[in-house]
Design a protein around this ligand. Structure first.
Ligand code: AR6
Length: 174
């Protein structure tokens, strides 16, 4: 059994280019696409993704739904809806934790062993990176400790600052 350190990677990059079995999308409740990472994933996957998403009938905050990846390298996209950040006292931490947890549960149900996450809620939804990173890291590390089925989780960050924050938080936590 590999150590947690070997099962988590943190990189800077574009999640649409990652070849894990699943990539996670930071979607909105409609699941019909949007800006940020959601827009990038829909553009890279192609129109078929939108057609499959339309049939899903939306998704609640903190929940997750799975589709095919179509033109992406990833076979699947797991769509999750992060909380809109207000002040951190409106259940945002728990909802953000649910996004990671429910995405990983869905991965296991679908026999997915490798998965990549963006920093959910950190863009348009305004979650401060210093608060979002520990939630992302802690939830994933705790889940990996409980579930050996998941072999690799890659956090794909979009800026040097986000990357540095995740690296620091991970080194403090494990
Ligand atoms: N690869 C990896 N990370 C990316 C990419 C990419 N290609 N593009 C952006 N990011 P956001 P949210 C980073 O706004 O905050 C959408 O319109 C980005 O820099 O994509 O959960 C949805 O439809 C940031 O660090 O997602 C929703 O309406 C992180 O991904 C809403 O935005 C998340 O930023 C969701 O907002």
């Amino acid at each position: 059994m590999k150590s947690i350190k070997d099962r988590i990677e943190i990189i800077i990059g574009d999640i649409t280019q990652i070849d894990t079995e699943a990539i996670v999308n930071a979607a909105n409740k409609s699941l019909m696409g949007g800006g940020g990472v959601d827009g990038a994933i829909h553009r890279a996957a192609g129109q078929m993704l939108k057609e499959e998403c339309r049939r899903l009938g939306g998704c609640e905050t903190g929940e997750a739904k799975i589709t095919n990846g179509y033109n992406l390298k990833a076979k699947y996209v797991i769509h999750t809806v992060g909380p809109v950040y207000r002040d951190g006292r409106h259940n945002e931490p728990e909802l953000l934790r649910n996004c990671y947890e429910n995405s990983l549960k869905l991965a296991i149900e679908n026999n997915i062993k490798t998965i990549a996450f963006p920093s959910i809620s950190k863009g348009a939804y305004g979650y401060p990176i210093k608060e979002a990173a520990p939630i992302a890291i802690k939830t994933v590390v705790d889940f990996l400790n409980r579930h050996s089925e998941i072999e690799k989780v890659i956090f794909v960050l979009f800026s040097q600052t986000d990357f540095d924050t995740y690296k620091r938080v991970l080194s403090e936590y494990i």
